[in-house]
Design a protein around this ligand. Sequence first.
Ligand SMILES: Cc1ncc(C[n+]2csc(CCOP(=O)(O)OP(=O)(O)O)c2C)c(N)n1
Ligand SMILES: [Mg+2]
Length: 600
Amino acid sequence: MNDASARPIGAAGNEIDRPVPSPPSSRVWGSDAIAAVLRELDIPYVALNPGASYRGLHDSLVNYLGNTRPRMLLCLHEESAVALAHGWAKVTGRPMGAIVHSNVGLMHATMAIFNAWCDRMPIIVLGATGAVDAMRRRPWIEWIHTARDQGALIRNYTKWDDQPASVGAAQEAILRANMIAQTAPRGPVYININLELQEDEIGALPPPLAMARFAPPAPPEPAGPLVRQAAELLAGARQPLILAGRGSRDPEAWQRRVALAEAIGARVMTDRKSGATFPTDHPLHGGGPELIVNSDVVLSLDWVDLAGVLHTAHGGKPVTAKIVQVSIDQYVHNGWSMDYQGLPPADVYLLAEPDAAVPPLLAAVKELRPNAPPLPEPALRPGPPPLSALEDTSVIQVPHIATAFKVALGDTPVSMLRLPLSWPDGLWEFSHPLDYLGTDGGGGIGSGPGMSVGAALALRDTGSGRLPVAVLGDGDFLMGVTALWTAVRNDIPLLVVVANNRSFFNDELHQERVARQRGRPVENRWIGQAIRSPDIDLTTMVRGQGCIGIGPVEDPKQLVAAIREAVAAVRAGKVCVVDVRVAAGYAADATAAILQRASR
Ligand SMILES: Cc1ncc(C[n+]2csc(CCOP(=O)(O)OP(=O)(O)O)c2C)c(N)n1
Ligand SMILES: [Mg+2]
């Protein structure tokens, strides 16, 4: 990774956020020792919104560490701060810090923490509380911003939290947090550092920590005899199916998944929630309910809702196929959040991460079946509509955005950081794990902008050479739009295309369904849903933050030029937002899925 924190930042390359050096001193405070651990752990950034409850730590980051490794990423909302860290983790697999003010800052951050929890992404959230000792509390403000057991706000959707009682314990807590957050199933962790710990002067720094001894452990291997059983089922299957769910962004793990599918001739389905985990242009990729019903052995690689997908495909009838479940997820299932989904049947249950289970499975399968079956003919893939489609219509549909991307991007490697609900499956091919990062995990809208900024930062710092593209619904965009300012301020190139149907349209479909069920007028579905009268001028909103704003693009004939202009701006390092006014409508398959959900 580049030394991103040494890079000059700011639109004109100004070295903003560089503190003047502090005079040499032997005096140290508790928060200096705490901040030093973040550097030892190589946490590159802390995304934050400030607050007096952590003013000691803030000072240490600026004046003790010099605002480098970690560097602060000032955000305009705590939800963005955590979303940035979430987006970063989706690309790198590693945690960034997020720091939030006592009570209120953490309250703002809760949805983003929930999203990261459901998405099993590591984040180290640091928070604070006013003085635990009431005698030391400043009047009023420090009383309202002091809470007992603040972690209770988020304990149901974090892996671990702590409020350490000494500087040594705080250092240990950060080491433990780093370890727990990165041990699968990964997730956010929270440490609350009270004011006294930060602000009390300490005589000397604690002795240096032997960091290597506190590294996250290697993932557990699946049990050998169970691997053998699973391999026998898979190698002997007439029509095996792999449901490729949660997976890492590691290209080698990707190759091994492909090798496993090819070794047994398994068809492979992927899930837009989980990002790219298998090449969508591979002859074995694709499927649907019939394929699930007709398969005799199903291998779930941590599919997010295995019970749900089996239940739906079989229409509620018993599942006769043999099921091999590969997942370690149950280690974080708790009694509050039902994000664990239905209980799937499993004939062989490999309690391991897919990345750890696939290599031994592959070896065992190849031993049992040395000759891979021939690959089927690749299916005809529709892809984006042809360019001529933009000439023949007066209204832009979401798939036309893909058409414009194809023309404007050519062979440029792209990462789709986010795609909206209205984006039909199969519209864009993914042939690398970074081609598509999946969704927010928790279904909490407003995460799109912040997560995109964090992911774009990671793509920049890792020197990926990829153009970061986020296609966001207007509702999602509007709830998190101020995250883009952080991208502008830190020179994070990013292209955002807003698929702007001027509505929280997903929910119009729900209202339509209910109206149908009740025999009431469907025409009213837009009330309380449409984002019109006045239409919001998205380009003004983003220009006001220093982004380049293009649009609103309403004429299909102008779409390609608009996207071309935007791509050129992002190549030049800018943050560019294109407001594309799209028809309110989802692809037939997405609409059907929503109506089906709505009917339950
Ligand atoms: C924080 C939050 N509030 C409300 C919802 C309910 N919800 C789900 S999708 C959706 C509409 C999203 O609108 P937009 O991003 O414009 O996408 P569209 O459906 O219009 O394509 C809403 C309101 C949610 N998921 N999260
Ligand atoms: Mg919308």
